[in-house]
Design a protein around this ligand. Structure first.
Ligand SMILES: *Cc1c(COP(=O)(O)O)cnc(C)c1O
Length: 398
């Protein structure tokens, strides 16, 4: 009898009870807009920003409507204009080139390594083309941030970090999002804290923080921000910065605050599941796990592996055999974009020269979400199923 996995790859944990109570309290008083406060009340959104800034050690934090909005706002706030070029990873998700396109700029894509991080050699050769790098820590893989920051500083390139998959992660003890000038995060359901939609940006630069706050739609109510810069930072920009509304509301902030307090425990649960999967997959013939750098402290909310040089037909066969046993895997090599998964060459609004290593890596790259509703036994079973099915295809005649 073959084992079949019956869990759901899209089912996250429920919202914790204390977060539900906080949400109900906001609904009972009805003041959902972040600037709608009674007397000396401090809005949930302002408190959340203060707590998030504290959790990553940033001076300033702004909560917004989505991770994509955070990135577009960061690009505007550092001065990217229509027609500018912005460097970014070729291996990422559509909201990243989308944020660049939202400000009328054009991505220049940088190749990926077999370790799934930005290729620093390729980056080096392209640094003179742009003043900004939107660096995506795609699927939680963090490159050598010390080397990258040194290279970018020497070239005068501003770094904005996309930390959609690295909230709670770090490089060399520095929280992800705190190497670059701005760090951007997502609170969408599939990320590390869940408000359905939502995002943050953090920075230590008062001018960038002030512009981001104005951009997000603060009207002249920026004084209500606990994690914003002092009023002087707004003096010169308050007449010149357009309002592009994308605020977070108090209902979302209310359900995020208890989740943020609990993030370290959730990270430990994700990493235990990641380790069980990685253990079970390691040394499977034909399959390469992605070794993680010792400087990386990860959040294992998804796992990737490579079927190097397999060819599309065999990859698809392995995936459909896994799916028949309940294991839903995503493939970054498909010609057509499917679900959340797409390739740089399917973003036709952002044409790119071919990137040979990205093409080779993506053609064998398999991805799996790790929801916390999976038990450790579930993870061991999933790894066993992948091992058996990948093994069966690998050993069959080509
Ligand atoms: C989810 C995600 C984002 C942000 O997405 P939103 O849905 O706009 O919050 C950014 N980058 C990556 C790599 C993502 O996966």
């Amino acid at each position: 009898m073959v084992d079949i996995f019956k869990g759901s790859f899209t089912q996250q944990d429920p919202i914790p009870e204390d977060a539900i109570e906080a949400a109900v309290a906001v609904m009972r008083h009805g003041r959902l807009h972040r600037y709608n406060t009674a007397g000396d009340e401090i809005a949930e959104t302002a408190l959340l920003e203060q707590e998030f800034a504290g959790s990553v050690g940033a001076k300033y934090c702004l909560a917004v409507a989505s991770g994509g909005y955070a990135m577009a706002t960061a690009l505007r706030a550092v001065g990217v204009k229509a027609g500018d070029k912005v460097l970014s990873n070729a291996f990422t998700l559509a909201p990243v080139p989308g944020a660049i396109a939202a400000v009328g700029a054009q991505p220049i894509f940088v190749d990926v390594t077999d370790g799934l991080v930005i290729d620093l050699e390729d980056l080096k050769s392209k640094l003179h083309h742009a003043q900004v790098l939107l660096l995506s820590h795609m699927r939680g893989h963090i490159c050598d941030m010390d080397a990258l920051m040194e290279m970018c500083a020497a070239a005068g390139v501003t770094v904005i970090e996309d930390c959609a998959h690295t909230m709670g992660a770090a490089w060399n003890g520095v929280p992800s999002g705190r190497h670059g000038t701005v760090g951007c995060y997502s609170c969408q359901t599939y990320k590390h804290i869940n408000a359905g939609e939502g995002g943050f940006l953090v920075t230590d630069d008062p001018q960038i923080a002030a512009r981001a706050i104005m951009l997000s739609g603060s009207y002249m109510l920026y004084g209500k921000h606990l994690a914003g810069p002092p009023p002087e930072a707004f003096t010169d920009i308050r007449y010149d910065t357009p309002n592009i509304s994308g605020r977070m509301d108090n209902l979302r902030a209310a359900i995020l605050r208890p989740q943020l307090r609990n993030l370290a425990d959730q990270v430990a649960r994700w990493n235990a599941r990641y380790a069980a999967l990685e253990d079970g997959l390691r040394n499977t013939p034909g399959l390469s796990v992605i070794d993680r750098a010792p400087q990386e402290s990860i959040v294992g909310s998804s796992i990737q592996f490579l079927l190097k040089g397999w060819g599309a037909r065999r990859v698809q066969e392995a995936l459909s055999r896994c799916l028949a046993r309940g294991v839903e895997l995503k493939w970054f090599g498909a010609r057509e974009p499917v679900g959340f998964t797409s390739r740089y060459d399917s973003w036709r609004y952002a044409p790119s020269a071919p990137l040979p290593n990205s093409d080779a890596v993506l053609s064998g790259l398999i991805d799996m979400r790790v929801p916390l509703t999976f038990s450790l036994d579930d993870c061991r079973l999933i790894a066993r199923i992948i091992r058996e099915e990948v093994g069966a295809v690998y050993q069959s005649a080509p």
